[in-house]
Design a protein around this ligand. Sequence first.
Ligand code: IVH
Length: 673
Amino acid sequence: MSADPSARAEELRRHIAYHNQRYYVFDDPEIADDEYDALLDELRAIEAAHPELVTPDSPTQRVGAAPVSSLEKVTHELPMLSLANARSADELRAWVDRMRNHLAREGIEDPEFTYVCEPKVDGLAISLRYEDGVFVRGATRGNGEIGEDVTHNLRTIPSIPLRIADAPPVLEVRGEVYMSLPDFQALNERRAEQGLSTFMNPRNSAAGTIRQLDPKLAAERPLSLWAYALGVVDGLRFARHSEGLDWLREHGFPVNRDIVKLDSEEAVVAQCLDWQERRGSLDFEIDGVVVKVDDLELQRRLGVVGRDPRWAIAWKFPPTTKVTTLKSVEWNVGKFGDLRPFAVLEPVQVGGVTVKLATLHNEEDIARKDLRVGEEVIVLRAGDVIPQVVSPAPHVAEQANRPPIPRPPDLCPRCGTPTVKPEGHIFTMCPNRVCPGRSWQLLKHFVSRGAMDIDGLGEKQVAQLMEAGLVRTAADFYRLDPEALLELEGWGEISVERILKAIETSKTRPFGRVLFAIGIEEVGEVTGRNLAQQFRTIDALMNATPEQVEATPGVGEKMAHTILEQLNDEHMVALVEDLRSHGIQFELEGPPPGEGHLAGQTFVLTGTLPDLTREEATERILAAGGRVTSSVSKKTSYVVAGASPGSKLAKAERLEVPVLDEPGLLELLDPAS
Ligand code: IVH
């Protein structure tokens, strides 16, 4: 480690760039998030003490640049092209025939094509210019000839390298900036909560973000990049497109891992259909597959017609938006009493799934979109995201002859309690703490996967138990009587026994999960776990001051107050007592930090263990004082490997980290047995 601040700053920037690549490009980080943050903190400290050492490509400079007054025009040295479409296997074959005919005229008979198939990510095309390895300018595609300078916003995207090693003097990288579906959904939920307009789709939200003048906005919205091509390059030559992609990946650019090289049209068609099938399971939106000829000499010979290269084509998937009729608007009561509107639609097929219901976010959003019952609307279904109503259909220009959608009901649709709209709150609420609509949401949440994970209890069974009067609060699950269950429709001996066993098993869920499961506003899975680690017992947490709660990672001032207020509410206090009397965990097992016989030891789990789930193994290691991290480094004490281990096992072997199987781990956890 260098003592000279200037040299140390350089060293840190190199390390940080390397770890960025491990994380964003290879999806295989070598260090934990807190170690990464420590590097960044150290660099920030050096730069604060020596402002003259700050460089524009420093990772500390991603945020905080001043807003620009307008977006400057940028002329692309090489135009950014678009793509012709194919919508069927026949159209794809016709494309290949056109290429063959064109090459035959050029005197090339029977060319051998290797194709590169890339997911066509639905975002926006951008160009990144590097000079001597430093990111100097980023631009949108614009009309292909002239785009806009959006360097200030692109800089905020963590997966875009600000500097690259062994770079040629000039390098232009092209790719697609996009917003992942989970990020998009979270952003829209956040905006709905704040009473802001929601974005129509991930593409619009990425496009709207990238053209902002103030980079602070872009920094708050999680954008990502897939690099898919080189533009102007001075001092680097490749024979194949795929070699360029490999080079990009090796130099720190995120290149999609699903990209494949294929040798025949049939294989390409099969690949396109396969992605079409699987598109819903990706966590970003793709609207097709881009098929490119790999050989760059053939690409050059094939050339461009208009704006479309002859050497590439976009296989387009059927759309995920559809027009249908809005039949009515209904209201759901949320976990915390919020009245949430949803649309009942004339059933319609969207991207292979029948959609009958769609979210409408909140009352402001309905008014803003000016939807009317009986009119046609556009519905969007993207991946696993809940379908949403985007807008009235384009031809529905005159809305005047239908009444606007009524405001939220004055009485709760589930329990009839008069609704209220608290000052500054976006949602109208049912104030009844024991409203069955609200309880249903809370109980569904309690039994769900990330929470108490009670197998066999889903929304249907919970509704049944509530209707039969067997369950009102979460503690009632632990009082269920097998006789009463057997009387329910559809419940036999086997299923009753299985469910009771699953309920019993849920008593072993660790305290952090319990905190998440009982339904405290603002407490998600991660915050639940962090609060448990910070306070260790429910009593310590309930009696904490807001300042102490705020000291928990990820908890802000307002959140700390909400958490304490909710935890000390009389219904919650009663629920906690009731659950505790049934043996639910309200304390973190195991030794305080730094103690226990595995204290100081770090474990990485990979593959499937024969008996223990990954979570059980993690909990037992934590209970013995050890730590579990996600990536192998020289500092890892043990890698625990089960069946089908990933690259982590290979890495452990390379770094000579000891590898354990399940019996080996159990032995270490409990040496006496
Ligand atoms: S290549 C050949 N590769 O699709 C020149 N484009 O319709 C075209 N896109 O503007 C660019 N993923 O926004 C290429 N893997 C990919 C792509 C991709 C998405 C977008 C890009 C472009 C549009 C062309």
